[in-house]
Design a protein around this ligand. Sequence first.
Ligand code: NI
Length: 135
Amino acid sequence: MIVTVSRKAHFNAAHRLYRKDWTDTKNKSVFGKCSNPNYHGHNYELIVSVTGEIDPQTGFVMDIKELKKIIKIYIENDFDHKNLNKDVKEFKELIPTSENIVVVIYNRIKNHLKKNLELEVILFETPRNFVKYSG
Ligand code: NI
C-alpha cells in the first residue's frame, strides 16, 4: 500500500526580489513591494510530504522523527531568522521567489531521503499565496 506522510514546518525569513541588471524602476514595476531595498520578512509555512510503500516490518513509510530531523537540520537551521539573499548560498545568484525557494527546499530534502520515496513540498509565503513542487 502506498501512503503519503506529511509534516508541517515553519520559518521566518527576509528577502528582496530584484535583478542587479535592471533599473530600480523596472525592479519595482515587476517585483512591487518585494523589491524594497531594505528587505522585508515573511512567515513561511511548509508542508513536506513523502510518499512510498508501507514497510511491513515497521508499519512506516518513513520514520517521521527522521523527516522532522532532516527539515530541522537542512531547512530550519539554515533559513529561520535569516536573510535569504545574503545568508543562504543557493540565493547568491538566484532570486528568492517562492518558486525558487520551494525548489531549493525540495532539492535539499530529496538528497537525504531514500531513493524509493517520492517528495512533494508546498510552501506558503502568505496564508493565501503558496507554491508546490514535486520534482
Ligand atoms: Ni516578499
